[in-house]
Design a protein around this ligand. Structure first.
Ligand code: F6P
Length: 343
């Protein structure tokens, strides 16, 4: 079999470990041939490929980023784009495509399989951890660790200067990254998009600390949080219709408002793409390798329209349709648990 591999959407640590496992398992166990499709679905549409032999992947599993490059290209954005993608796969002589991506990339894999009979298999990637039907996406815990390290560092300097420091983390419409890093970093408040909290409540947590003589506070805010309902995304959308949230600047605005209301020195730190860079933590390396292995087996079994998934301690597989049906967001009870520690 000749298999195309692509990485789509925002990159994250562990992509290369998946590619390494797909190629190694596919070639050693099944004698498959692999070709890399450069920059996500764009590479398929444009026939932009690179060879993927055992030699090409041997040294990559510990490295961040993706050797294939990535983009947010959506074939279905243009009329007839799905059929064009299917025709391109045919032209390249592909017997299967493994798409490593999040909600958007896997949504395309699902539609290409369901509507154009293209043999696709998915692997769940995203630092946002917002894909349904899997306990974790790979890359998530690396981003949590990076954010936690940043919160730890910000806390010592905030304490030295009696400052309020707001740490803005990524996560788009899901608060997983903010919640887990905020809990791990012992933040004094965490704000996530799923649970709206009034500005007065946040100011109240900080005030309560100040009254106890704790003149510093560290607040973690997810980039998708809307303050006072104002969305200043400027209307800039990607191919999948998502606002580019990193430009909204909720962290800056919150710091400014807290500083003005409480008469305190307040600053914002936006972690941005630091959270997606560098090497994966051990958990993500192991998970990515197991996902790649499962996906290679799904291809060999001809089990298309499916995605590798983690269920408890087992890597298994689920229909792609389950993975993209709805976003997995933080349940309110988990947030309520964390809230006990605020202020
Ligand atoms: O989906 C992953 C993610 O890092 C989100 O957390 C963030 O909103 C978005 O991608 C940023 O995308 P870009 O790298 O295109 O600015």
């Amino acid at each position: 079999m000749r298999i195309g591999i692509l990485t789509g959407g925002g990159d994250c640590p562990g992509l290369n470990a998946v590619i390494h496992a797909l190629v190694t398992v596919g070639q050693r166990r099944h004698g498959h041939e692999h070709v890399g499709l450069r920059r996500g679905w764009k590479g398929l549409l444009e026939g932009d490929t690179m060879p993927l032999g055992l030699d090409d992947v041997e040294d990559i599993p510990t490295r961040g980023g993706t050797i294939l490059g990535s983009s947010r290209t959506n074939p279905f954005k243009t009329e007839g784009g799905g059929a064009a993608a299917a025709a391109a796969a045919n032209e390249l002589g592909l017997d299967a495509i493994v798409a490593i991506g999040g909600e958007d990339t896997l949504g395309v894999a699902h539609r290409l399989h369901a509507e154009h009979d293209l043999p696709t298999v998915g692997v769940p990637k995203t630092i946002d951890n917002d894909l349904s039907a899997t306990d974790y996406t790979f890359g998530f815990w690396t981003a949590v660790q990076i954010a936690t390290d940043a919160i730890d560092r910000v806390t010592t300097t905030a304490a030295s200067h009696d400052r309020i420091i707001v740490v803005e983390v990524m996560g788009r419409h899901a608060g997983w990254l903010a919640l887990e890093s905020g809990v791990a970093g012992n933040a004094d408040a965490i704000l996530i998009p799923e649970v709206p909290v009034s500005f007065d409540k946040v100011a109240g947590w900080v005030r309560a600390r100040r009254e106890r003589g704790r003149l510093f506070s560290v607040i973690v805010v997810s980039e998708g949080v809307e303050l006072g309902g104002s969305d200043e995304a400027g209307g800039e959308l990607d191919d999948f219709g998502h606002a580019r949230l990193a430009k909204v600047g909720v962290g800056e605005r919150l710091a400014e408002d807290l500083g003005a209301t409480l008469g305190a020195d307040a600053r914002a730190v936006v972690l941005g793409h630091v959270q997606r860079g560098g090497s994966p933590v051990a958990f993500d390396r192991a998970l990515a390798t197991r996902y790649g292995t499962r996906a290679a087996e799904l291809v060999a079994e001809g089990a298309f329209g499916r995605m590798a998934a983690l269920r408890g301690e087992r890597v298994t597989d689920v229909p792609l349709t389950d993975a993209v049906a709805e976003l997995k967001v933080v349940p309110p009870e988990l947030y309520a648990e964390a809230e006990t520690f605020f202020g």
